[in-house]
Design a protein around this ligand. Structure first.
Ligand SMILES: NC(=O)c1ccc[n+]([C@@H]2O[C@H](COP(=O)([O-])OP(=O)(O)OC[C@H]3O[C@@H](n4cnc5c(N)ncnc54)[C@H](O)[C@@H]3O)[C@@H](O)[C@H]2O)c1
Length: 327
């Protein structure tokens, strides 16, 4: 019996694969490498393929005895989703339905889905609880919320057992530096600050210093990618043990401001760099912090990595990445 990891050559998926393999699971990485790397698909069998390709999916589901699927494939840039929504509806929404169809044809009824804090849009209160209001403010968030609703319907009608994990800000890297974050283009805060620390960019921009937060800059909840991976292992075991469909926030329940992040990066790297303070960006909420009690109580999840460890592992990987030409 094997676990299908769609999108397992990407940032979060590859870290989950490493953990799965360490725990003795047999896995198949299915990825079209549009955003991922063959070099990241180091564990299990690698099958190149698109989740929007029913023929290739059919081959994989026929060849392997698949017990459960994890689905990390998506386009993930919020700004791009506003400019090119079709791309997002096709890949994040339509292609996910193809994957669910293949699973149904082959009676695979356990599914773990990568959702996001973006399903909440502009939250009314902090920290955010799973059943709080959800009014997405961009197509990326809408594609993820639509899939979440589809999964509820499929669970009710077809007996599909699913877990939807709503990640807050995934960050950090494998301490062994085998894999890490390498998004192109990079839009996430920590790698951008690290670029400034490494002299790869002249400065780092802080968007908005007049929010009603502790120091006026936006506050986010950062969770180490291996802590996310651990939650997936717990979620998988829960489904394999017969657990019912469920959904969870994945964040540490604490927030750090942009200014705090810059200070920690300066401390951990020992580098100074230019910081430019500028206007707010449209659609950036002041706070995004998860209430994660539900996942702790239900799955026993306890994030282990501190912010300094997140930055240190990200920095060590970032330095290694400079000398690599990833394929
Ligand atoms: N990175 C974050 O902070 C974050 C936060 C919230 C949610 N998420 C979600 O987590 C998931 C993984 O994010 P990530 O940061 O690892 O992204 P990523 O881009 O590094 O990984 C996505 C992987 O999916 C593959 N892929 C995309 N479309 C595909 C398709 N049609 N067929 C086959 N493979 C395809 C890509 O090649 C890549 O390897 C995404 O669904 C994203 O929306 C990420």
């Amino acid at each position: 019996m094997a676990i299908l990891v769609a999108g397992g050559a990407g940032y979060i998926g590859s870290h989950v694969c490493k953990k799965l393999s360490q725990q003795g699971f047999q896995l198949i990485v299915y990825d079209n490498l549009c955003r991922g790397y063959r070099d990241f698909a180091r564990w299990g069998d690698f099958i190149p393929g698109d989740v929007g390709d029913p023929v290739q999916l059919e081959l994989v589901f026929s060849k392997y005895k698949i017990e459960a699927a994890m689905h990390f494939c998506a386009f993930i840039e919020v700004g791009e989703s506003v400019i090119e929504p079709e791309k997002y509806y096709q890949n994040n929404l339509r292609n996910t339905i193809y994957l669910l169809e293949a699973m149904r044809r082959h009676n695979v009824n356990k599914f773990i889905f990568s959702s996001t804090a973006a399903v909440y849009g502009m939250p009314e209160k902090m920290p955010i609880e799973e059943d709080d209001r959800k009014i997405q403010i961009n197509p990326y968030g809408r594609t993820k919320w639509m899939i979440e609703q589809i999964l509820e319907d499929y669970s009710a009608a077809y007996g599909l057992k699913t877990i939807r994990f709503r990640y807050f800000n995934a960050a950090g890297a494998d301490p062994d530096k085998e894999i890490g974050e390498a998004h192109v283009p990079e839009t996430h805060l920590i790698p951008l600050i690290l670029d400034a620390a490494a002299g790869k960019r002249e400065s780092i921009k802080v968007f908005g210093t007049d929010y009603e937060t502790k120091d006026g800059t936006a506050v986010r909840d950062y969770v180490h990618v291996f802590d996310l991976a651990e939650a997936h292992i717990l979620g998988l075991k829960y489904l394999l043990d017969g657990g019912a469909t469920n959904y969870f926030n994945l964040g540490i329940g604490d927030g750090f401001s942009v200014r705090e992040m810059i200070q920690v990066v300066k401390k951990v790297t020992g580098k100074d760099f230019k910081v430019i303070e500028t206007e707010r960006r449209a659609g950036d909420p002041p706070y995004l912090i998860a209430k994660s009690d539900k996942v702790s109580k239900t799955l026993g999840w306890k994030p282990k990595y501190s912010l300094e460890e997140i930055i240190r592992t990200a920095w060590n990987w970032h330095q290694k990445l400079q000398g690599l030409s990833l394929k």
